[in-house]
Each structure stands twice: as C-alpha cells, then as structure tokens.
Design a protein around this ligand. Sequence first.
Ligand SMILES: [Zn+2]
Length: 312
Amino acid sequence: MRRQLKTIYAEISWYCDPWEAATLKTRHGERIFTNHGKYTPCNLLDPIKNPAQQNPLFWQDVRQWYFALMNNDIDKIQGYYRLYGQLNVIPPDEKYDYQGYDFGLHSYEDAWRFNEEALGWFNFLTCLTDWLKKKKFGPLWELFGKPRVTNSGSIDLYPEANSPLDLQSLGLYQIRYSIPSIIPLEKLRDPAFVRPTKYEHQTPQDDTQLLQAVWNVIVDQVEMMMNEIELTPFRGGDATKPNLTWRFRVYGAFQAAFLQWYFQELADVNIEKCAKSGCEKIVPPDRRKYCSKQCYAAAAKQRQRIRKAMEV
Ligand SMILES: [Zn+2]
C-alpha cells in the first residue's frame, strides 16, 4: 500500500534578517556573540530579502551549516549568521507554537546544541531522500541492517549510536523506524487474540520493502515538521494571481530551508512502480511510467512483438 504525501503549494513567507555585524568569539571554550548586529536601522529599511525565494541553492547552504558547527569553524558559523540571521529551530522541549530566538531564551550551550540537533536532523533527512530517489541501496541497507526478525520494535536511524552529539532531550529531531509486527493486523484487532509477551518484528526483506520503509520514514518526518509551520491565507494585490494565496510563515533560516527543500525535492515525488512487466523499480521524479530508458525501450519492443504475433 502506497502512502501519499499530501502536498500544498504556497509561498514561503520569511523576513530574513541577517545579522550583518555579527561577531563570534570563543571564550572559555564557549562560542559567544560579542555583537549580534541585529535590528540595525539599515536592516529595517532594506527591502524584504528572502533567500528561500531567490536562491535555489539556499537549502543546501543551510545543510552545510551543520558541518560548520560540527567542525567548530567559527568563521563559517559567523558567516552564516551574517548572511541569514537566526536559525530559530524549535527546542525539543518546546515543540508547540514555538517562535523563539537563537540565543534569547536559552543558554548559549543549549542554543548551540538545539541548532546542532536540528541541522543534523535536516542533513540526515535530505540525505535519506537523496538515497531513496537515487536508489542508493548500499547506505540504506547499512542503516536498516540485514533482513531479520527481531523482538525490538524499532531502529534508531538518527542520531546514530556513535553520534558525536550528546542528545538527551530528543524527541522532535529523532528519526526512528518502527519495525512492523509479523502478527497480521486482523489478529491484533481480534479481541479474543492473546498477544504474545514478545512481539516478533520483521525488518525490510528486500529492496522494494526497504524503499517503502524509507519512504514511510521520510513522510513521517516531513509531516511532523509541517505540523509546526503556520499556514496562513493571504490576499494578494497582484491581479494576475488568484485572489487568495497561501503562505507558510517561518521565523528563521531553518524552517525556510526545510520548506525550500520540501518544495524542490519532495512535493512532486510519489512512489510509482515501473510499468514494464517484471520490473519492480521505483519511477524517479524525472521520469514517467518507466524507471529508466532501458525499461521504456524494452516495453516498446514487447508491445511491438505482441503486435507482430497478432498480425501473423
Ligand atoms: Zn523498470
């Protein structure tokens, strides 16, 4: 059964407020801004700049932000703040209606950690999607492990077991695959059925099941983040556009990058299997009906052969 990713097209509404004069220093091993350079009159007078609308590579740049943090590259981190302003990620313990400020509500230490967690999550999710679309089975099998039956009901995909992040407060940015039970659903629904104390779960057994599992994980994560983003109707003054348009309202580079990635890389994707008989591959977003030129050609030949056979 294929799970649909429900999509809506809307503009990304974000007032990008770069911290143009941000100065980042290390003091006693802690990264501290000696100057945020925010809310300068110059910024307020600037026309609204929205990199998520203007630069198609914006989300990839934000993805790299993670590595700047992990490598503690002070110059690069400072550069990102000067370009895009705050990330404004949602701290794991303030999941709902969060509209915060990178270093406002929390200690520096916590704020940096939240940023690392969230950017790591984004980096992981975008890689996972890329592997799915390109069918890179190597790293995907590495993540899910060999086909097996297990008593454990889930696999932690992110963070990895040997992650350099010290994550105790997770939840929001944790990616977990729930391994389906081998007990049929009808049995579980039957009130007379006595559940065994130990469930047996079955991990993906072949490439098709693996791709399906990855897709489910991605849809879960996307829905989770979409749930955090406010969608508002907007009456535009542009006569060439419909009267009512929709806007995703975001308050920092993190969700702006997430949305841009979502619209560019995911909104159009629906998993479809190749139409050539005997081929079980998934049709990538840049192709229609057939997974590859080879399958398209093979299917055309097959049709030709059938026509010939009927002529005789
Ligand atoms: Zn095919």
